[in-house]
Design a protein around this ligand. Structure first.
Ligand code: ZN
Length: 370
């Protein structure tokens, strides 16, 4: 599946034939049973492929984009030849020394093994220390951006008895923010009063805050007034990620921009973005499920579930992002519930519990989810 995805990115005509030579252990990247170490410019390096084989880690080398991607246990680690950048589950880290192609073999600095490889691809015989079901240090959820839908001159949906979505969302967001803060998270709001905030601004607030999660709160409306329920959206896999990646130049993180500077930058950029987006989508779905589960246990509303859609506010974010539709204002009984402060508190607490469960359980559950 992953071969497929990378191939798809490279397909533009002439590259197809060339690309087919490059995936999965091609001749220029010899395999070996031992773990050869050598010095390149005075720095200790290890041969990457034998290292992967010693831990049963799957790998792909794309000679066109000069990227190598390692997969195991739900973790994805990507490196670029001659660069110090490492994407670990879509998040960037930097090595002191770059990945090298040495005598036709991929070589990683010894520090890569300690800093990344041993952390994400543990040897099977080493039991996990107690409590290590938590996410790795680099993936701990610290900052959460909570977004109250609509506001100011945009009221959002309006219920039959006049309840405005922008008021419901702001109230739930304030309650959610208070619960999350009490749980120790850093919370950033896209708005804390009845003001208009553009979708682009909401996205940049989340990206600038380097948020670990983005939660957008809304209330639904439908012409079919009998429709009711609670649902969570993530960015749909039907969105054309390649086009998205190509058009995302203004959104590229500054630290990644230089990797996208020269030709064939568009492909490389697309690959980098695809890595980030694919991981964030899986995480967003997992988060959405956790939120639905806790909400289902807390309120009587029908839980519709987790769905994909193309909401702009989710598309530009560089972190797992979900949009929570807390209920239908177009449905008389749900409007009545959403008008009630106690109900809104229950929703806020349930969403916070879902986030908490996600933050706690992401790593160990990941394997079952995929
Ligand atoms: Zn809305």
């Amino acid at each position: 599946m992953r071969d497929h995805k990378i191939t798809k990115l490279l397909i533009p005509a002439v590259l197809l034939a060339a690309a087919s030579l490059f995936f999965g252990g091609c001749a220029t990247v010899p395999r070996s049973a031992s773990l050869p170490a050598y010095s390149i410019g005075g720095v200790s390096y290890l041969s990457l492929v034998p290292l992967c084989e010693s831990r049963d880690v799957d790998w792909n080398y794309d000679a066109f984009a000069k990227t190598v991607t390692l997969f195991k246990g739900g973790h994805t680690v990507s490196l670029l030849v001659d660069e110090t950048l490492v994407l670990v589950d879509g998040r960037e880290q930097h090595l002191k020394y770059p990945l090298r192609l040495h005598q036709g073999a991929l070589a990683v600095p010894l520090r890569f093994k300690e800093q990344v490889f041993d952390v994400y691809f543990r040897p099977p015989q080493a039991p996990l220390p107690v409590g290590s079901g938590m996410r790795q240090a680099s993936l701990v959820i610290k900052t959460i951006v909570v977004d109250a839908g609509h506001g100011g001159k945009d009221p959002g949906a309006i219920g039959r008895s006049g309840t405005r979505e922008k008021d419901v969302t702001l109230d739930i967001v304030k309650r959610l923010s208070a619960v999350l803060k009490s749980q120790g998270y850093r919370v950033v709001l896209t708005r804390s009063s009845d003001v208009s905030v553009s979708l682009a601004r909401r996205v940049s607030i989340a990206n600038d805050a380097q948020a670990d999660l983005f939660i957008s709160i809304h209330a639904n409306a439908n012409r079919v007034r009998s429709l009711s329920g609670f649902e969570v959206y993530y960015v749909s896999p039907n969105a054309n990620d390649y086009q998205r990646a190509l058009s995302s130049s203004t959104e590229i993180p500054a630290s990644l921009a230089r990797y996208c500077a020269g030709a064939p930058s568009s492909n490389l950029k697309a690959i980098l973005w695809d890595m980030i987006l694919t991981n964030n989508r899986a995480e967003s779905i997992a988060l959405g499920k956790d939120i639905c589960n806790t909400t289902g246990g807390a309120v009587s509303a029908r839980i519709i579930g987790v769905k994909g859609a193309n909401f702009y506010v989710l598309k530009g974010t560089r972190m797992p992002a979900v949009l929570v539709e807390t209920g239908f204002l177009s449905n008389a009984s749900e409007e009545k519930m959403l008008k009630n402060g106690y109900y809104r508190q229950q929703i806020a607490q349930a969403v916070a519990s879902g986030i908490q469960n996600y933050a706690r359980n992401c790593a160990p559950i990941e394997a079952h989810r995929r």
